[in-house]
Every structure is written in structure tokens, then in C-alpha cells.
Write a protein that binds this ligand. Structure first.
Ligand SMILES: NC(=O)c1ccc[n+]([C@@H]2O[C@H](COP(=O)([O-])OP(=O)(O)OC[C@H]3O[C@@H](n4cnc5c(N)ncnc54)[C@H](O)[C@@H]3O)[C@@H](O)[C@H]2O)c1
Length: 338
């Protein structure tokens, strides 16, 4: 697909992932409208694109009457990333807020339909997978797209809202022919990431020289952290190649134990502290790793960044841009906030 001068919208484009997506679309020559209420997004994430005068930024709450209709009308592609969302501490402890995404997503999708948008790409999540499958870290489990099915058992109301959004887009394709793609992101990390997510929280703890170094859960939980540039490339490929609302995993198949990630953070930052696990804190499932063979087949996509390399890059970014006093002031609140 030629992106040059194509009118596209990125909702939630001031976020961590959203802002990287905006940069990539600008690089491909698209005309990008960003809409974000800045409830968790930050304008400074868009500094480069704004400076170049290559995007139109609209600060607005997409749930306000008329806003979504006005912005979506006549656009070629809408990337819908706006969401009430945070890390594990947030999605476990703020379910009434997260379920507001049902309304937000409905309004955005309906506005895309009435505004004759050609394609909607949705930022879904590994949280749509049944929790009951993901309890045993010893099991060599890779989550395949078709494992989302009866009995549904999504991860918190956040996960249920993501699942309902996927189903809504599939219904809009069946009933109205509105094209769409659902990208299931798995635990994304990289520069501009926020401390409410595990990798950035670990880096922040090392930055603050925390002693003992706290890890939520037993540390035995397995994740497949996926670098943000891989997520962005997969999202754009999904816009180019999927029409029928199919859901596709965007995640690496590298199985990383939380304790090993923590130890690598400590080694790379040359900290010699004791790790203290906190099993009573929000932890999430103990075994969450994607199978990405469908993305390989449909999108010719595979992750390029190995966890160790991406982790080192992210640590370098964090240590060179953050100020100790500011991080210290906000850190505890950020762990369960947005
Ligand atoms: N970070 C991850 O690991 C991950 C994993 C799976 C899915 N996702 C999804 O990817 C998307 C981006 O997540 P992120 O981690 O980059 O940051 P995020 O959750 O902060 O992004 C959400 C963005 O939407 C904006 N927003 C929220 N409500 C809005 C509203 N009513 N109107 C307009 N803007 C609104 C926020 O200000 C923010 O910029 C989200 O949809 C999230 O659910 C993220």
C-alpha cells in the first residue's frame, strides 16, 4: 500500500505505542490526524512529528458527542489505540474505568462506518486469551488465535472490552462490509514506555537504586515482551493486508521468566541488590506467550528485536532521559496508575 498523502487517523496517538506508530506513518508520507485527550498520553512523545509540521493534533475526548464523527469522516485508515488502560496494577485495580472502553470503541467504530472509512485497525491485546489456559509456567504453551473461544475467559474487564471490540469489528465487516484488522499486542516495551508496565518498572527500580529490588509475583511468570518497533511494523502490515476483521497475534515467541529479566536489568545496570518477590501484588497470568505463525503467514511479519537487545536499548534510553528526583516522586503512584 502506498501511504503517501493518505489521510489516516491515530486515536491515542500521543501514547507510548501510538506515538511510534505516528512517527512510522509520517515517515511513509501519510497525512496523519492524531486525536488524544492526553489522559495518559503525552504531547512530548510527538515532539518530532509536531516540529516537522507533519501531523494535525486534536486534543479531544472521543466519547464527547460529535467528536468521533467529525474526525473519522472520509479518512482512509483509522488506527484505534485510544483506551483507558495501564499496566498490570491498573487493569487489575481499575476495572470500572477500563470497562468504559466498551463505549469508546463503539462510538469510534460507528463513526468510522458512517464516515465511510476504508479500514479500521484495532489495538487489541493478549488479554483476550482465556486466563484458565495460562496458569502453569512449566507448560510449553503458545497462544494461538483460535484459542479465543467458548468458554471465553478474558483477563479482567479490560480484556473483555478488547474482546468485544474485536467481535464488533467482525460484525461490522459481516453486516456492513467495513474492513478491519485486529492486532493482539503482547506486553510491549521500548523507549517512551511507562513505569506502570513491568519492564519499565524494573528499569526504574534499577535507576532509583532500589534495595531490595522488588518484583511483583513469584518471579516465575513467563512473558514474551515485544519491542515497540516490531509492534508498529506489524500494525501497519495488518492495515495493508487484512480486510475481514481477522485477529492476529503480534508478539515474539521468546519465553522470558520475569526473574531472568530482572536479573538482566541488574547485571546491565551494574546494580548489586537482593531481589525481593511480592506474590501478593498484581501479577497476571503465569504463562503468557504468543504463537506468531499466523502473523508470519498473513503479514510476512516476524519480530526483529531480541529481548536482550531491546532491553539494553530501553535501559539506555531511560537512563539518558530521566531525572532521579522526578522518577522517585511519581514512581509508586505510577505502578497502579496510568
Ligand atoms: N502497552 C502494552 O503492552 C499494550 C498491550 C496490549 C494492547 N495495548 C493497547 O495499545 C494501545 C496503546 O497503549 P499504550 O501502552 O501505548 O498507552 P496508553 O494506554 O496510555 O494509550 C492510550 C492512549 O489513549 C488516550 N485516550 C484514552 N482515552 C481517550 C479518549 N476517551 N479520547 C481520546 N484519547 C484517549 C490516552 O491519553 C493515551 O494516549 C491501547 O489501546 C492499549 O490497550 C497496549
Amino acid at each position: 500500500m502506498d501511504w503517501k498523502n493518505r489521510p489516516v487517523v491515530v486515536t491515542g496517538g500521543a501514547s507510548f505505542i501510538g506515538s511510534h506508530l505516528v512517527d512510522a506513518l509520517v515517515q511513509r508520507g501519510a497525512m496523519v490526524w492524531v486525536v488524544d485527550d492526553l489522559s495518559s498520553g503525552r504531547l512530548e512523545n510527538l515532539e518530532d512529528s509536531l516540529k516537522q509540521g507533519r501531523i494535525e493534533f486534536i486534543q479531544a475526548d472521543l466519547r464527547e458527542p460529535g467528536i468521533a464523527e467529525r474526525i473519522m469522516k472520509g479518512k482512509a485508515v483509522v488506527f484505534h489505540l485510544a483506551a483507558d488502560h495501564g499496566g498490570r496494577g491498573y487493569v487489575d485495580l481499575h476495572q470500572a474505568d477500563c470497562v468504559g472502553n466498551l463505549l469508546l470503541d463503539s462510538l469510534v467504530f460507528r463513526a468510522c462506518h458512517t464516515g465511510k472509512v476504508e479500514k479500521v485497525v484495532y489495538a487489541s491485546s493478549g488479554c483476550v486469551y482465556p486466563n484458565h489456559l495460562q496458569n502453569d509456567p512449566e507448560q510449553d504453551l503458545y497462544l494461538k488465535e483460535e484459542m479465543v473461544g467458548p468458554p471465553y475467559d478474558a483477563d479482567n474487564l479490560y480484556g473483555w472490552a478488547k474482546l468485544m471490540a474485536e467481535m464488533t469489528l467482525q460484525a461490522f465487516y459481516r453486516d456492513y462490509g467495513m474492513k478491519s484488522a485486529n492486532c493482539r499486542y503482547f506486553t510491549v516495551y521500548g523507549p517512551r514506555g511507562v513505569e506502570n508496565h513491568a519492564v519499565i518498572a524494573m528499569i526504574a527500580r534499577a535507576f532509583l537504586e532500589q534495595d531490595p529490588f522488588v518484583v511483583w509475583g513469584t518471579g516465575e511468570q513467563i512473558r514474551n515482551w515485544t519491542y515497540v518497533s516490531d509492534i508498529v511494523r506489524g500494525t501497519i502490515l495488518a492495515a495493508e493486508r487484512i480486510d475481514d476483521g481477522a485477529a492476529v497475534n503480534l508478539g515474539t515467541m521468546e519465553r522470558v521468566r520475569v526473574l531472568d529479566a530482572a536479573q538482566e536489568v541488574l547485571r546491565y545496570t551494574k546494580r548489586r541488590t537482593r531481589i525481593q518477590t511480592r506474590p501478593e501484588m498484581p501479577t497476571g497470568p503465569y504463562n503468557r506467550v504468543a504463537d506468531n505463525s499466523l502473523a508470519r503467514k498473513l503479514l510476512d511479519w516476524e519480530p526483529e528485536v531480541k529481548f536482550r537487545d531491546g532491553l539494553h536499548r530501553t535501559i539506555d534510553w531511560y537512563f539518558s532521559t530521566k531525572k532521579v528526583e522526578e522518577v522517585r516522586r511519581e514512581f509508586e503512584a505510577k505502578l497502579t496508575g496510568r
